[in-house]
Design a protein. Structure first.
Length: 309
């Protein structure tokens, strides 16, 4: 019988874990497949690790966990879970039950047909989320799909079931700065997305603030597109052209109308500030990419394990 590995990154989810496990068990026990759980405690500061230890004691043969030495981020937790998983098929789920377990049989049925290497879930709405956050999320998908060769389906979740071949391909990408939504699509393989309506958390509060989501989006764009570098180049070139045109205009004006005087100091200050702002923006974009190179060349581990069962 085939084995399904369920990878569940956790950060401060002590309230959701006792609800997640029985909800998933209710579904997978009816499926013709062996199941193992790999929970990843991403340096939680609450009782998450204690809850995971309880689950492991209840079913040590199937429930396993990895606990980090500190918080390394969801991407590190996802990577660690995929590395630990031993199943023929691997599914990634959020512990807050925003990834409905009732879709697991349909995902399994599609992936075992042999037609697909991955079956993912795609939200058709964002009911319950702040409108501003939803707006920024929609704009992120619009932007990255226009400037990147790696296309990401709007509303796609990390919630997906993959074949062992695809998981191994994902794990072969050992880059330090990880953006899984992009990596899942970059490695290729045939993927089918199942639509579903947004589900709110069953317990606890999300750690993903608007600012964190914004930084995550910036990471995704810089990881899978060189467009910001091209933008910096074009902005620099355009500014230089405008400056030359302005210089020519001032010289011609002086020759044609000798009595004319230069604009006041206020306009000069504005021009200087504008040029300085463009330069700093371009330096910031270039610095973002150099920073990623710097972190990669250090070859630090993506995560450090403190406890594993």
């Amino acid at each position: 019988m085939a084995k399904l590995s369920i990878v569940v990154p956790c950060y401060n989810e002590q309230e959701a874990i006792p609800l997640f496990y029985p909800a998933v068990e209710k579904v997978v026990t009816a499926m013709p497949i062996d199941v193992e759980y790999w929970f990843v405690n991403d340096g939680s500061s609450d009782g998450t690790l204690a809850e995971l230890r309880k689950l492991h004691e209840q079913d040590p043969a199937r429930v396993h966990y990895v606990s980090f030495s500190r918080n390394f981020g969801k991407e590190a937790g996802l990577y660690a879970g995929l590395q630990a998983a031993t199943g023929d098929y691997v599914v990634v789920m959020d512990v807050d039950l925003q990834d409905p377990p009732e879709y697991l049989p349909e995902m399994y049925s599609n992936i075992t047909s042999g037609e697909y290497d991955c079956v993912g879930m795609r939200r058709t709405d964002r009911k319950g989320e702040a409108k501003f956050k939803s707006f920024l999320s929609d704009q992120f998908y619009n932007v990255i799909n226009k400037i990147s060769d790696t296309k990401i389906v709007s509303g796609a979740r990390d919630y997906r079931m993959m074949t062992r071949q695809m998981v191994d391909a994902v794990l072969s990408l050992t880059e330090y700065n990880r953006f899984s939504k992009g990596i899942f699509n970059w490695v290729g393989f045939k993927t089918k997305y199942l639509p579903y309506k947004n589900v709110e958390r069953v317990a606890g509060t999300t750690d993903w603030s608007t600012w964190k989501l914004f930084k995550y989006a910036v990471d995704g764009i810089t990881d899978f597109s060189e467009a910001p570098l091209a933008l910096a180049t074009w902005m620099g070139g355009l500014t230089a052209v405008v400056s030359i045109i302005g210089l020519i205009f001032v010289l011609v004006r002086k020759l044609v109308i000798p009595a004319s005087s230069a604009f006041g100091w206020a306009s000069m200050v504005c021009i200087i500030l504008f040029l300085g702002g463009i330069q700093l923006l371009c330096l910031g974009i270039v610095g973002r990419y150099i920073g990623k190179i710097y972190m990669q060349t250090k070859k630090r581990p993506i995560y450090i394990i403190k406890e594993k069962k």
